[in-house]
Design a protein around this ligand. Structure first.
Ligand SMILES: Nc1ncnc2c1ncn2[C@@H]1O[C@H](COP(=O)(O)OP(=O)(O)OP(=O)(O)O)[C@@H](O)[C@H]1O
Length: 680
């Protein structure tokens, strides 16, 4: 097919019309205009492709995969609105007509100021069918090179492990269960492989024991360090991509340390050498305001021997590159995460790309032999592969769920969704489970929605709703002249209660999205006289921080609640009620940070939260609201991530289309990128 004649004006007009329709961002068009000004002879088709690369970046894709685009442009671009209308479809198809002959377009030979294969400093890079903005192509190459280097340097680490002590300590940390239970102990294998590696990943669904494993790994490494260099224990740091995820990891690490075997509990030096403080990656690397650069980099490496990062699925490509750059070569990097969760909001599905072979293992026979000698565990032959890649030898998938037993509907549903097993999903709903509720509502005015959202107040051991924390605000508010500690204790109780329930929406905009549901809930609560939303800042308003604010010490993802707080009157100096927003201090001390609302620059109301932003959080009761119509964001990963946010109860609310789950789980997120694409 030959490319239809076109000229730059036509392309600019086309792109402008897409910006007007909300298909493209202003930014996408601005990039094209900038490059066209720099290089007036820019090929019109390359102008179109450049706008699409930028569009894809905004949707989390590191590059534009031209082959994917040409085979199914509607899905590849998932333009946000109108793609189901025949006229819109036709227009999107027009893109593939324009780009059909990109291979014959001679970009690499005729547009040399703009595009190259790799080595030159052009703004665009073409690698096979993948078109990149150079910065992202460079991040991918940096990440690959740094990981390869770590895989290679692992040889040195193995040679430093004292064999006998290593086995002894490992067996003490993972004693045989004493039952006839003969399943492979993947936690022990993961621990052993991570101990011998400068780069490892432990992946698994919620409750599969990742935290438990990593705490035992740290105990193992420190106990060996104590034997080898008693004066010089390892410098270990725990980190997570967001403040919320960091707070949750701190809680579960503390719990896991308390469950370590007696020989560690009795050894104070050893026990205290395992840290429980968790920082965010931004803090760890030392963010600088208004800069993409961090204080720690290759020239100023982190002073660490071991870095553990939890919630690995939330690490984007740029952050991964920064972490690897700042990590000294001798340090071990251990990443924990659930490969099946949604990827980071920012570009790059790093964990998903690194772990896409983890289910099948691909362990080389030499790895299996080493594992058997070191741990006594045999790897199932179906997971062996003589052609296994070096990276495969450093990734372990945990396969037993220790949190959700067979009686748990949430656990069963998560598994069925993950394997897109519609039959089992149906059986689960028919069978009925105490922790699972499903509501098919004709519309949002149905009175059952109010009951779910408010919660079954007064009854113990039933799923909480929003009324829970609002009730505590009223019932437990200290008097105006109470001490600050009383206000701190009150706010702490309110925040804890708030964290027990969360409504999640698949969408951001529209009546079934976060924006619509925030309004819907505000009106509902006002009708029930649970809030008085006379102004923007009313008592009980929950807010989500949407941008790191280093001056205030607040991180993207932190949740605070507006509460009444004693405030001196400006003229009389007498105390009166004002509004402050209470945030839990990120250090897990139970302290409260009271912030003046006017100082909060990037926040939004959070009666409802998108599933994307809920990553890294868990709630006792999670309600997942699905829209009536299929939408590009509704995928298996989104449903799985939403379901697994519920710890004790899960309510799924369908609004007019009871088949939406089946339809959504049959579609998976296809993130374009070339990380390790050449080696798998
Ligand atoms: N081998 C085991 N035997 C018995 N219980 C275990 C084992 N491993 C973990 N557990 C328990 O299972 C629960 C979940 O473990 P853990 O917190 O380590 O999982 P996780 O994968 O980190 O979960 P999440 O992803 O939700 O943070 C904990 O209560 C833990 O004590």
């Amino acid at each position: 097919m030959s490319t239809p004649a076109t000229n730059p004006q036509e392309i600019l007009a086309l792109l402008e019309s897409w910006v007007t329709r909300g298909w493209l961002r202003e930014l996408d068009l601005a990039l094209v205009r900038f490059l066209k000004t720099e290089v007036p002879a820019m090929d019109p088709v390359l102008m179109l492709a450049t706008a699409l690369v930028s569009h894809q970046l905004g949707r989390g894709h590191v590059c534009l995969d031209l082959d994917n685009l040409l085979s199914d442009p509607c899905t590849a671009l998932s333009l946000p609105s109108g793609q189901n209308e025949p006229s819109a479809r036709k227009e999107i198809q027009h893109i593939s007509v324009l780009l059909a002959d990109w291979k014959a377009s001679g970009w690499l030979t005729q547009q040399t100021e703009l595009i190259s294969k790799d080595e030159r400093n052009t703004p665009l890079v073409l690698a096979g069918p993948r078109l990149y903005l150079r910065r992202y192509w460079r991040y991918e190459r940096q990440v690959e090179a740094a990981i390869y280097q770590r895989l290679t340097s692992s040889q040195q680490i193995v040679s430093q492990l004292p064999e006998i002590e290593f086995k002894d300590k490992l067996n003490a940390l993972f004693p045989p269960s004493g039952t006839t239970y003969t399943q492979t102990d993947w936690q022990k294998i993961a621990c052993a492989l991570a101990a011998r590696s400068a780069f490892s990943i432990i992946t698994g669904g919620p409750g599969t024991g990742k935290t438990t494993t990593v705490v035992r790994l740290l105990a193992l490494l420190q106990s060996i360090a104590l034997i080898q260099h008693p004066e010089c224990l390892l410098k270990i740091c725990l980190a997570a991509p967001t403040g919320k995820a960091a707070a949750r990891l701190k809680e579960s690490i503390t719990g896991a340390i308390d469950k370590l075997p007696a020989f560690i509990q009795d050894d104070t030096t050893l026990k205290t050498s395992i840290p429980s403080n968790v920082t965010t990656l931004h803090r760890l690397l030392g963010s600088r305001p208004d800069s993409r650069l961090f204080r720690h980099d290759a020239r100023h490496p982190l002073p660490l021997d071991v870095l553990v990062i939890d919630e690995g699925s939330m690490i984007d490509l740029e952050m991964m590159a920064a972490v690897l750059l700042a990590l000294p070569p001798h340090a071990r990097l251990v990443i924990l995460g659930d490969k099946d969760q949604l990827a980071s909001v920012e570009a790059g599905s790093v964990l998903g790309a690194l772990c896409h072979r983890a289910q099948q293992g691909h362990f080389q026979p030499e790895t299996a032999q080493w594992v058997e000698t070191a741990t006594g565990e045999k790897i199932d032959p179906v997971l062996l592969d003589t052609n296994g890649l070096p990276l495969d030898q450093h990734i372990v998938m945990l396969r037993t769920n220790w949190r959700f037993d067979a009686a748990s509907g949430i656990g069963q549903l998560a598994r069925a969704v993950n394997t897109a097993d519609s039959e089992t999903i149906r059986t689960i709903w028919m069978q009925g489970y105490d922790d699972l509720f499903r509501h098919n509502l004709p519309d949002l005015e149905d009175s059952r929605l109010a009951t779910i959202l408010l919660g079954q107040s007064g009854e113990k051991d039933t799923p909480q709703g929003i009324a829970g924390y609002l009730g505590i605000i009223k019932a437990e508010r200290p008097p105006l002249d109470a001490e600050k500690v009383a206000f701190d204790a009150w706010a702490h109780q309110v925040l804890q209660s708030h964290g027990r329930f969360q409504l999640l929406c698949a969408l951001r905009n529209g009546p079934f999205g976060v924006s619509g549901m925030n309004q819907h809930i505000e009106a509902l609560l006002a009708r029930h006289q649970l809030i008085k939303p006379g102004s923007i800042w009313y008592e009980g308003r929950p807010v989500l921080v949407t941008r790191n604010d280093y001056a205030l010490g607040l991180m993207n993802g932190d949740i605070g609640i507006a509460l009444s707080y004693p405030t001196p009157n400006r003229t009389t100096g007498k105390l009166e009620w004002g509004i402050r927003v209470a945030f839990a201090r990120g250090n897990g001390s139970g302290g409260i940070h009271w912030v003046l609302p006017s100082r909060l620059l990037s926040i939004e109301t959070v009666f409802a939260l998108t599933v994307h932003k809920s990553q890294g959080s868990e709630f006792e009761h999670c309600a997942l609201l699905l829209p009536p119509e299929l939408n590009p964001v509704l995928t298996r990963e989104l449903i799985y991530t939403g379901i697994t946010r519920g710890k004790r109860w899960l309510s799924i609310i369908c609004t007019g289309n009871s088949n939406i789950i089946d339809q959504a789980v049959s579609r998976t997120v296809q993130r374009s990128g070339g990380l390790f694409a050449g080696s798998s």
